[in-house]
Design a protein around this ligand. Structure first.
Ligand code: CP
Length: 306
């Protein structure tokens, strides 16, 4: 299986077999994440972030450092020449001179694909507008597999903003490669994007509902997402759906004991803090998994991991 020099612009870039390979490699990174390694010594990752990020940027940086590599980049467009009007293609054709691989977060859908067309080095989509966040989906799959020792056969409920949430688009595409039952829980105005729904419905069982209360007792995995306030063209529309779903101890009263609650984070108010100490809450373990998955991806794309 060949990963060296590939771009990751969409989770659809991967087959199920390739995803399984990446998840296995991520597992082998667990001891390296603890003790460090120098397999990427001399390699440089450019983290080019045109939108805010805590987990994705810092976990890419941490992954690179744990493998002996180095990081450059910017996390604030105010400090980059885009502020002077430089376009994305020119930024990419500049940065590729300084680095071996690029992680790009951008507010525009299609930005990662455009960057990959211009770059001579691998480009990883670290979030493209409301479109996709493929490495997050790999982290999500890794977490599900680690927590439940399987993905096939599970009932997965995805809750929240399925329209503007990029993580759920990548996750839905990824889950459609497995034998899962997927329940999509959202307000009417934030239903899953139609093109994603069309693509996955032909492969797996998909149910759309607004009823979280009835969904929770059936679920093996509850994937909760934030309503993406910043992506609403009309803040009056956001006000109508704000706070629609809130997971608290009461709402989990009939949940399965081995339910796995995930969230790509950041959260606002959709999971109450009282849930954090339940055995079902696995979203901070999910954060750790972001490091090992990104270590595996960097190693594979840079040819240091086979
Ligand atoms: N999950 C995720 O993408 O988080 P950040 O926006 O903090 O990177």
């Amino acid at each position: 299986m060949e990963f060296q020099d590939r771009d990751i612009t969409s989770i659809e870039d991967f087959t199920r077999q390739e995803i399984a390979y990446i998840l296995n490699k991520a597992k082998t990174m667990e001891p390296l994440a603890a003790k460090g390694s120098d397999i990427l010594k001399g390699k440089i990752l450019a983290n080019i972030f045109f939108e805010p990020s805590t987990r994705t940027r810092l976990s890419f940086e941490s992954a690179m450092l744990k493998l002996g590599g180095n990081n450059i980049g910017f996390a604030d467009v105010e400090s980059a020449s885009v502020k002077k009007g430089e376009n994305l293609a020119d930024t990419i054709r500049t940065v590729e001179n300084y680095a071996d691989i690029i992680a790009l977060r951008h507010p525009l859908e299609g930005a990662a694909k455009l960057a990959a067309e211009f770059a001579k080095i691998p480009v990883i989509n670290a979030g493209s507008g409301a479109e996709e966040h493929p490495t997050q989906a790999l982290v999500d799959l890794y977490t599900i597999q680690k927590e439940r020792q399987k993905i096939d056969g599970l009932k997965v409920a995805v809750v929240g903003d399925l329209r503007y949430g990029r993580t759920v688009h990548s996750l839905a595409y990824a889950l459609s490669l497995y034998d899962v039952e997927l329940t999509l829980v959202s307000p009417e105005t934030l239903r899953m994007r139609r093109e994603v729904l069309r693509a996955i419905q032909s492969k797996i069982s998909v149910t759309e509902t607004q009823n979280l209360e009835k969904t929770i007792p059936q679920a093996d995995v509850l994937y909760v997402t934030r309503i993406q306030k910043e992506r609403f063209p009309d803040q009056a529309e956001y006000a109508k759906v704000k706070g629609t779903y809130r997971i608290d101890l009461k709402s989990l009263a009939n949940a399965k004991k081995d339910l796995v609650i995930l969230h790509p984070l950041p959260r606002v108010d959709e999971i109450s803090a009282e849930v954090d100490s339940t055995p079902q809450a696995r979203y901070f373990q999910q954060v750790w998994n972001g490091i090992v998955v990104r270590m595996a991806l960097l190693g594979l794309l840079l040819g240091a991991v086979k």
